[in-house]
Ligand binder design. Structure first.
Ligand code: SAJ
Length: 420
């Protein structure tokens, strides 16, 4: 059965690019989002999120009438759910948005439809979603009841695109397809093959769920290793950047880079889904999370030590010392401040410090709420002019381009090795 109309539920960082990718292949796409601002913006041919090249694809898709956004689901041949799956206070995954999305599409489901869950989810979430659908639609059969004969096919197909490169990776990356039955996988592969240049690799839903969590946990553990090394090197008087560069000359060693911590909405979250389901077994994964989550606090201790040195050298009062934080984004060359360790560090510094705390973030025009009132957003030049203590938090290209000679401050806490 072909897919004439495709519906994407959740028009955020994953849903909107995915909807636009199908629409760019001349498929009729209905995007659904509970946020009226997002719906209105998209229907104008504009976008409410920042992602390179997405604006062009969305504008064209809307102009050519292949993409439209609505508040409530309408009938389609395939539904992709790409809503947030945050965790609750105790690090347990919160599936409320998935449940709400599943129950809302249940009302318009018909025989022959395909439902795909894309949101990062704990193992078993697809079966749970299938349960909600079956519960809402007793007149239809689902794979957990009727196997290959089910009226509705269901699969888990995680996204694995890198923010900042979504429009390329969405098309080129291989895709893991976790059908509840082989027939479900085959239909899901057919759907993604509408725009995919990478390969669809088929498995079952539980393996696909675990695969997504594994990918991000792998990266988290490897970053934690680099972050732990940076603490050890600071204690031992060794330059961690040089150390990693040298160790990586070994043919089978490839250490990642330390930083102020791990941010974003994926790597700092997803490993907890494994820990929540396997608290006794996931020891390394939990420790990695703890190492990365504690890094901002260690950075702040380094800043306090630098301020103490500055005071000792200058015979100043603490309130006369100006600290400048370079970068707020959760990684270089983007404007995304979500779950950013740089914001956390700047906030902790501003709450503690009695003098001025300046912030430089060339990718944003306004301070995030957490920093308003405690810090001042200034230009790069002003920060370099006024600061006594410099804290480098994000290795943006613009910061790397600063000539070393213009950085006159002797007190520098460089968490990214920009001035290594
Ligand atoms: N980071 C370091 N050191 C490094 C690399 C990264 O400290 O050597 C930090 C970054 O500064 C950032 C955080 O880690 O704060 C995460 O950044 P990232 O670039 O590693 O990953 P994300 O969160 O932008 O995207 C990840 C990707 N997953 C993997 O690479 C395994 C992406 O492919 C996923 O699709 C995405 O999570 C997601 O949506 O799950």
């Amino acid at each position: 059965m072909s897919f004439e109309t495709i519906s994407v539920i959740g028009l955020g960082y994953i849903g909107l690019p995915t909807a636009a990718a199908f629409a760019s292949r001349q498929k009729n796409v209905i995007g659904v989002d509970i946020n009226p601002h997002a719906v209105e913006t998209i229907n104008r041919g504009a976008i409410h999120i920042v992602e390179p090249d997405l604006d062009v694809v969305v504008r064209r898709a809307v102009e050519e009438k292949y993409l439209r956004a609505v508040i409530a689901p309408q009938p389609a041949d395939a539904f992709l759910i790409a809503v947030p799956t945050p965790f609750k206070g105790d690090h347990q995954p919160d599936m409320v948005y998935v449940e709400a999305a599943a129950r809302s599409i249940a009302t318009v489901l018909k025989k022959g439809d395909l439902v795909i869950l894309e949101s990062t989810s704990p193992v078993g979430a697809t079966e749970q979603m299938a349960g909600w659908l079956a519960d809402s639609r007793p007149d239809l059969t689902f794979p957990q009841q009727a196997g290959e004969q089910a009226d509705v096919n269901i699969a888990y197909c995680p996204e694995r695109v890198l923010p900042g490169q979504v429009m390329v990776e969405l098309i080129k990356n291989d895709r893991v397809i976790g059908g509840m039955t082989p027939a479900c996988s085959a239909r899901a592969s057919a759907l993604y093959n509408i725009f995919l240049e990478g390969e669809c690799v088929e498995t079952n839903a539980r393996t696909a769920e675990m695969c997504k969590l594994t990918e991000n946990s792998f990266r988290d553990v490897n970053i934690a290793f680099a972050n732990e090394l940076s603490l050890i090197c600071a204690a031992q008087g060794i330059n961690v950047w040089e150390l990693i560069r040298l160790a990586n000359r070994h043919p089978r060693v490839n250490i990642l880079q330390p930083g102020p911590g791990v941010g974003g909405h994926c790597i700092a979250v997803d490993p907890w889904f494994i820990v929540a389901q396997n608290p006794e077994l996931a020891r390394l994964i939990r420790t990695a999370r703890e190492v990365n989550d504690s890094k901002p606090h260690w950075v702040v201790e380094q800043v306090k030590a630098a301020v103490a040195d500055c005071l000792a050298a200058n015979d100043q009062r603490a309130s006369d010392v100006t600290i400048a934080c370079f970068g707020l984004a959760f990684k270089p060359n983007i404007d995304d401040l979500r779950e950013s360790p740089a914001v956390e560090v700047a906030q902790l510094i501003a709450e503690w410090h009695r003098g001025d705390t300046l912030v430089v973030e060339p990718h944003v025009e306004h301070l995030p709420k957490a920093l308003v009132g405690h810090t001042t957003l200034v230009s790069l030049d002003e920060a370099l002019q006024r600061a006594d203590v410099v804290v480098m938090l994000v290795d943006h290209q613009v910061f790397k381009a600063i000539p070393a000679a213009t950085v006159r401050q002797p007190w520098i806490v460089d968490t990214k090795g920009v001035w290594r």
